[in-house]
Ligand binder design. Sequence first.
Ligand code: ZN
Length: 248
Amino acid sequence: MRILILSDVHANLEALQSVLADALVRGGFQAIWCLGDLVGYGPDPSACLALLREYDLLAVAGNHDHAAIGQIDPNQFNNAAAEAARWTATQLSPEEIAFLGSLPLIATSAPFTLVHGSLRAPVWEYLLNQESALGTLNLLETQFCLVGHSHLPFLCKENRGSPDFVDFTEDQVFSLDNERLDNERWIINPGGVGQPRDQDPRPSYAIYDSREATIERHRVVYEISTTQQKMLVAGLPQHLIDRLDHGI
Ligand code: ZN
């Protein structure tokens, strides 16, 4: 079975469509795991939800999903994010709000646990350093944990209480088999689809192949200007429009 691993789609339909097309060319997939922030920032929340839901989808909630449906007060966000959250809320149907509200904070599909931010603060904590990695590893009950939220791709090895962050490079094929033999636990971030923040504007995603026991990470190009034009028409903050050019 091949599973597409996506995070932080952020209502960017062109980015999502490009990722789906690229994954199909690379051998396809039978299901999607989505690590939260399906909506927020981008101009196409409903279309992105509809497209994702065409597939066998296992998704967890992110902070922007909760803000869009009133479970988080947008005032807890910075100005641009709050403005986008309020706009997103006006775009969603009651059914879409119910769907986002139904997303769990944590999901498990052995040997993986899926969460947006971290296991100790599922929609809030950015897992970016040893301390936060340890916090999640202490709660992790499977061998691998998939996280998003930072929009930064990485691999993090448990390494006997001293978690070790290493690059998850473009087109890298990470073998789970070797790690299984060593019984090492890993935290994996596939990078962001709809608003990458690693100084590269190209959407980033991963594919898990259960038979090969691999996770590979890829990037795709998409027509950024199309998304930006929609954001302009929607009246979304200029800062959010500009940052798509730079991957920040
Ligand atoms: Zn996000």
